[in-house]
Design a protein around this ligand. Structure first.
Ligand SMILES: Cc1cc2nc3c(=O)[nH]c(=O)nc-3n(C[C@H](O)[C@H](O)[C@H](O)COP(=O)(O)OP(=O)(O)OC[C@H]3O[C@@H](n4cnc5c(N)ncnc54)[C@H](O)[C@@H]3O)c2cc1C
Length: 452
């Protein structure tokens, strides 16, 4: 007889959700986590005395979102920040033109109109695209039809390229034409002044989680599964594998017998992007109060193009910028100090000497992280939306996969991780799990055992 009903591999949002739901249903569950912390790609670094979200920051669209319902049910405070999906307007953005000059209201309105015009043509091109078309192909066709001047086309092209990099961590020519279809944002976006990992930490309370247990092998048989780690071997009736697509692609875990084509096909076809964050704290603010984003277009924004004001989290003037796609990978080869100096140089080309030397910085390297091997999944050319859900299995009735890459409706998000974890729990239990009751269960446990 197996010691556990289910072993969950990975203590990120998806794994913790599955584990919590199964335990709530009376199952005996073990969570094996390779790192020395839980949360996975939700990582709030509190070493400086305030949270720095090195992984996820945003709920991208709160309308009709069960994730948002959970956040509210747990009374987690949030800040409205509706520019996390690379919007061109909608909230105050300080735009600089390709020469590094601040754009006035009229120029900004013209810029927004250019992007919105091109966006409408792009939607048409995507809807009539053929299999194998890349996002670059459809973008170029839209721009060809736009009748904008060559200079304005260049700026809009850069904007679309940067949007793909930030949203997918990929080069625009590697993304399928449909790669941003699931990117629609319903309602406001929010960030978490107490750190986003409060969410997985509260779900995790009371679970049997073994940190420092990197799984190396999963053997399945009609009787269940045996899971190897460097620290011990564990057996269960079911296993839920929630490691990232990057970890699956790297074959860091051996599966015996080998996973079927129905699962390995999506692993090969889907892409794993790189998206890194650079937080800089300054002695004083040099941008306007109320600005959400600083954005440099064209030449001025070749590498560093968008800075997000996240000062409200720490009370210290703080900008967050990103390095994603090919540049995000390249950035990882540089010393952090050189990266910071390069970002500061870019800001000085916009604001001059008003930009003081940073007093603190944080630089992520998600592409080099052994237990993530990238930031999130995307629809690489040749893959389809179905690949995401196909990746979930189950395999032989005993092996399930969950995690952001297994959820086709909005992959690459915390929501996807949450919903895929929910789906895995429902499949194992063979019945529906009510999300309202799930949240209420977390609250009830906290009331019984107040948090430290
Ligand atoms: C920089 C960055 C910014 C992001 N921003 C946002 C955002 O603003 N909004 C949003 O919705 N999403 C965002 N995301 C995506 C979001 O963080 C992820 O989609 C989500 O957290 C993934 O959860 P998961 O459970 O699928 O995977 P993970 O969180 O990766 O969990 C998998 C777990 O498995 C563990 N593991 C790996 N290998 C092994 C092994 N061999 N044995 C045992 N354990 C192992 C890992 O350590 C990890 O804890 C961002 C991601 C990154 C990297």
């Amino acid at each position: 007889m197996n010691t556990f009903d289910t072993i969950v591999i990975g203590a990120g949002m998806s794994g913790l959700t599955t584990a919590r739901m199964l335990v709530d249903a009376g199952r005996n569950v073990l969570v094996l986590e390779a790192r020395d912390r839980i949360g996975g790609r939700m990582h709030s670094d509190r070493a400086a005395g305030f949270p720095v979200d090195r992984g996820a920051s945003w709920v991208h669209g709160i309308d009709g979102s069960p994730l948002w319902d959970l956040v509210q049910a747990l009374d987690i405070p949030t800040l409205e920040y509706t520019v996390g999906s690379f919007q061109v307007g909608g909230r105050p953005i300080e735009n600089f033109d390709g020469d590094g000059n601040a754009m006035d209201a009229a120029a900004t309105a013209g810029w927004i109109a250019d992007v919105e015009h091109a966006e409408r043509l792009l939607a048409e091109e995507i809807s009539t695209s053929s299999p194998g078309d890349t996002y670059l192909d459809v973008t170029e066709r839209a721009l060809d039809r736009s009748a904008l001047s060559p200079e304005r086309i260049d700026d809009v092209r850069e904007f679309f390229r940067h949007r793909v990099e930030e949203q997918c961590g990929a080069w625009i020519g590697d993304l399928d034409a449909h790669g941003l279809d699931e990117d629609a944002i319903d309602g406001d976006e929010v960030i978490f002044p107490r750190g986003y990992d409060e969410l997985p930490r509260r779900i995790a309370q009371g679970l049997d989680i073994r940190l420092g247990h990197a799984v190396t092998r999963v053997v399945r048989s009609p009787d269940g599964v045996v899971v190897d780690t460097a620290v011990g071997v564990f057996a269960a009736d079911h296993v839920v594998v929630t490691v990232s697509l990057g970890v699956l692609k790297a074959r860091a875990i051996a599966f015996e017998p080998a996973l079927p084509d129905a699962v390995t096909g999506p692993i090969e076809r889907l892409g794993m992007g790189v998206f890194n964050k650079i937080f800089l704290q300054f002695p004083r603010r040099f941008w306007d109060e109320g600005t959400y984003v600083i954005r440099a277009l064209g030449e001025a924004g070749e590498h560093w193009h968008s800075w997000y004001d996240v000062s409200a989290v720490s009370g210290i003037p703080t900008l967050l910028t990103f390095a994603a796609g090919p540049f995000g990978r390249h950035m990882q080869e540089l010393a952090d100090e050189d990266v910071v100096a390069d970002v500061v140089r870019s800001l000085r080309s916009l604001y001059g000497d008003a930009v003081g030397d940073p007093v603190a910085h944080w630089v992520t390297h998600w592409g080099e992280d052994d237990f993530s091997r990238g930031s999130y999944s995307h629809l690489a050319v040749g893959s389809s939306h179905h690949d995401h859900d196909e990746l979930a299995g189950p395999v032989d009735g005993v092996l399930h996969l969950a995690g952001e890459a297994t959820w086709g409706e909005e992959p690459a998000t915390v929501g996807a991780a949450y919903y895929s974890g929910h789906r895995a729990a429902e499949r194992i239990l063979g019945r529906a799990v009510d999300l309202v009751a799930f949240a209420a269960g977390i609250r009830a446990r906290e009331a019984d055992a107040p948090r430290a």
